[in-house]
Design a protein around this ligand. Structure first.
Ligand SMILES: C[S@@+](CC[C@H](N)C(=O)[O-])C[C@H]1O[C@@H](n2cnc3c(N)ncnc32)[C@H](O)[C@@H]1O
Length: 187
């Protein structure tokens, strides 16, 4: 039987040296897991729109562009203004400078970006920022979209408040946990 685990995204991640390539659990990286959830979206008729909180060198944004294709609309948010100067992003990757949980800043960005098929939080990894960003941005995830939170140090600090929040809204399709990674699907 063919394995569901494929190296497609891992190979692209390695090319750009994003730290998402690091092995987290027995032979698997975040990228093997993401590929399970995202591979179906590569063939969408409408180009994918993806937001990543935390840009650093732009490695993962370039990886998403190669994975989803040149028509994918990719946005990155980082508090470091130097990220705006990253080279070779092409014209489908857009960088916004600001704090991941600054509602005013995010609302301004959302006027341009409108909605996302995928949001990935790889920014501060602190509880307060992570939860605040989620509460602002979940609204902007499309139906059947995905919100992923990386590098969760203390699962109970993030997951319990998240489930409480989502339970009230009734628009969570699934919440899957992996070591340090949470993937939430929207109804
Ligand atoms: C782990 S790095 C991102 C790596 C990148 N996603 C990748 O995989 O190649 C985290 C980034 O988040 C940014 N960051 C940290 N706290 C932030 C915050 N509160 N708001 C926005 N960006 C933040 C840092 O400046 C840093 O560039």
């Amino acid at each position: 039987m063919q394995s569901l685990i494929r190296d497609t995204l891992q190979k692209i991640g390695k090319k750009y040296a994003t730290d998402k390539c690091a092995y987290r659990f027995k032979g698997l990286t975040y990228l093997h897991i993401y590929d399970l959830y995202f591979r179906w979206k590569r063939w969408k008729i409408n180009p994918i729109s993806l937001l990543e909180l935390g840009v650093k060198s732009g490695a993962s944004l370039k990886m998403w562009r190669d994975y989803f294709g040149k028509k994918a609309w990719i946005a990155g948010v980082d508090k470091n203004p130097a990220c705006k100067k990253i080279k070779a992003l092409g014209n489908t990757i857009h960088i916004y400078t600001g704090l991941q949980d600054d509602r005013k800043f995010l609302n301004k960005m959302l006027k341009i970006e409108e909605e996302f098929d995928i949001i990935i939080d790889d920014a501060s990894h602190f509880q307060k920022e992570t939860l605040r960003s989620f509460q602002i941005l979940w609204e902007y995830v499309v139906s059947d979209g995905i919100y992923a939170i990386e590098d969760i140090k203390k699962m109970n600090e993030i997951i319990l408040p998240l489930v409480k929040y989502l339970d009230k809204r009734k628009d969570m399709k699934f919440l899957h946990l992996f070591p340090q990674l949470c993937i939430i699907g929207k109804v």
